[in-house]
Write a protein that binds this ligand. Structure first.
Ligand code: RP5
Length: 173
């Protein structure tokens, strides 16, 4: 079994229902990943250990999801040179999700976290695969197919909407 290239971590098991979208798309794109709970507030030593060991363990990217006062992605980014992708989660302790978004997004200069949309774990997985795809041709090729499938889905929608009888002068020209 080859080593994981992406580490998916989250503040609580309650985040898994969102974060499994990242796991699913990474699996689809052929990227090896690991997934576990690392809490900035409940297990701070584990968080530091994970972040400090990540590069040496062979990880290329970390995806970190958290809700509410979402300190995990930023704190992990503070102690690793690996790219960190942050997933804000609307959790039981979120007011409306903006708390998580801003906690992850508004990092101080010098310590970036690539923040995706609220509950946007699928895009976090795709972005992580795109980072891996810069040096792994197999993953890069899968991403080309993935993009082509996105286009084909839209092409199908366009055909179905035309069949339903809506006027579309753009495509009828
Ligand atoms: C955050 O608190 C976690 O990332 C989770 O989104 C939220 C709620 O955690 P639980 O109380 O459900 O464990 O740190």
């Amino acid at each position: 079994m080859s080593k994981p290239q992406v580490g998916i971590i989250m503040g609580s098991e309650s985040d898994l229902k969102i974060m499994q979208d990242a796991a699913e798309v990474l699996g689809h794109l052929g990227v090896e990943f690991e997934l576990t709970v690392v809490s900035a507030h409940r297990t701070p030593e584990r968080m530091m250990d994970y972040a400090q060991a990540a590069k040496g363990r062979g990880l290329n990217v970390i995806i970190a999801g958290a809700g509410g006062a979402a300190h995990l992605p930023g704190m992990v980014a503070s102690v690793t040179t690996l790219p960190v992708i942050g997933v804000p989660i609307k959790s039981s302790n979120s007011i409306d999700g903006w708390d998580s978004i801003l906690s992850i997004l508004q990092m101080p200069s010098g310590v970036p976290v690539a923040t995706v949309a609220l509950n946007g774990a699928k895009n976090a997985g795709i972005l992580a695969a795109q980072i891996v795809g810069t040096f792994n041709e197999t993953v890069a090729a899968k991403l080309v197919t993935f993009k082509q499938e996105l286009k084909e889905k839209v092409d199908t929608s366009i055909r179905e909407i035309r069949i339903a009888g809506f006027r579309n002068d753009f495509d009828d020209k």
